[in-house]
Design a protein around this ligand. Sequence first.
Ligand code: NAD
Length: 474
Amino acid sequence: MAITERSEGTDLELTAVDVSGIVDGVRTTYNSGRTKPMEWRQQQLGGLLRMLELEGGRFEEALALDLGKPAVEGFASDIGSVATEIAGVRKHAPKWAKPRKARLPLTSMPGKGSIVPEPLGVALVVAPWNYPINLLLLPVAAAIAAGNAVIAKPSEIAGATSSLLAELMPRYVDSEAIAVIEGDVAVATELLEQRFDHIFYTGSTEVGRIVYQAAARHLTPCTLELGGKSPVLVDDSANIEVTARRLAWGKWLNAGQTCVAPDYVLVTNKNRDALVDGMRQAFADFAAGAGTKTNADFGSIVTDRHARRLSSLLDDHGGTVAFGGDVDVDAKYVEPTIILDPSADSRIMGEEIFGPLLPVLTVESMAEAVQIVNEREKPLALYIFAEDDDAVDELIGQTTSGGTCVNQVMLHLLPPELPFGGVGESGTGRYHGVSGFDTFSNLRSVLKKPTKPDPKLLYPPYTAFKERLIRRFI
Ligand code: NAD
């Protein structure tokens, strides 16, 4: 049941999609109980794994078409790492799905307490374009592992990948319970009018608000994996050569179009120039003498509209371009660019950059850096570069964020043991590993009591003796 509303770039070939009919069909499957047995869940997860293994080459081609992703980047971020995580989900799902014993206080004795994970029902997963396979399949896998039926909506902006997912998924998984619906904002809007048991949305904070409001109509629980500006604090104790290289990599990967890409850097005068020089050198090393414009290892901006937006951020920032600055909108190319000390009220310091531009702000001290970070919305990621462990702990204690990586960028989202998500404006809810399983589960509390004994203490009449006991023990 793959429903294809083909979209390539911004040219949509629209065909009518019976959104409510598909959702009803998937719900009928869910209501039949088919998705609950662990055996079915394992088969579907196995199907996803087979798809990634057998169709990896086609996925890499689609990613190259949509985002100019180098094959190795596509494999690492959207195929290999996704398969590894899904294999872990498949392995652990039987254990996660078991009732979890709860210890009971004396007042609940005799009895047995447990938390029983059960599926929520039909889940909607809406994904963005920047890691279009990863950000669709990981929540889909978590939903399946927890026994749900799923409607998956890939991003129309990564049109080639979206079409390929819609074509391939029905060949590998039970399409009566796991349906892919392609489409643009109109289709997404229609989807949001349907009733779901969970909505898992990844994308911009702006659209996150729309999704949350739509979900409120049906009181549907939501996970919102959103974006925002992820700051980098470079302490005076940092290893500047390594910091520079790792920050440059954070802006090189997917041409900076990563939700947890470093968005702006705060550094004191002591290290600022060495950091900027180090990044210049790192970009040159990555480009291996070939520059970035036609470099097969450097991705492109997803559409010319997005390239134009990035270009406009360079128009009026009130700072100095330390290096870079070349933009070719038609070629969807933006050069890695460092902007020194843009003004606080510039657009580049106001909105998420989501591209290979990186402002570097000079601060008097880390105390001032913390103040700048804390005046803004709570970030999805916050990075700290420091050799001094006390400084690291202090900076973690003085700030907040969805996640933090120390002395590296972005890699905190890889281990399934670390729940991934935002806080405040950068999102709500978590996934990866068992946290993804729990997100798509109703953790049902069950207390089992024997019928004997049946002490009369709880029941009226409330004698003085009973009252004394109740006041003492409860
Ligand atoms: P996008 O434009 O592809 O939109 C995401 C999805 O929302 C798409 O499937 C799209 O069809 C749908 N959509 C768009 N407008 C809608 C509307 N009005 N109503 C309902 N659905 C609508 O992607 P994007 O939003 O440009 O993605 C980039 C943003 O996503 C950035 O802010 C980035 O930080 C964030 N992001 C967050 C994470 C995370 O894990 N927290 C991961 C990747 C991207």
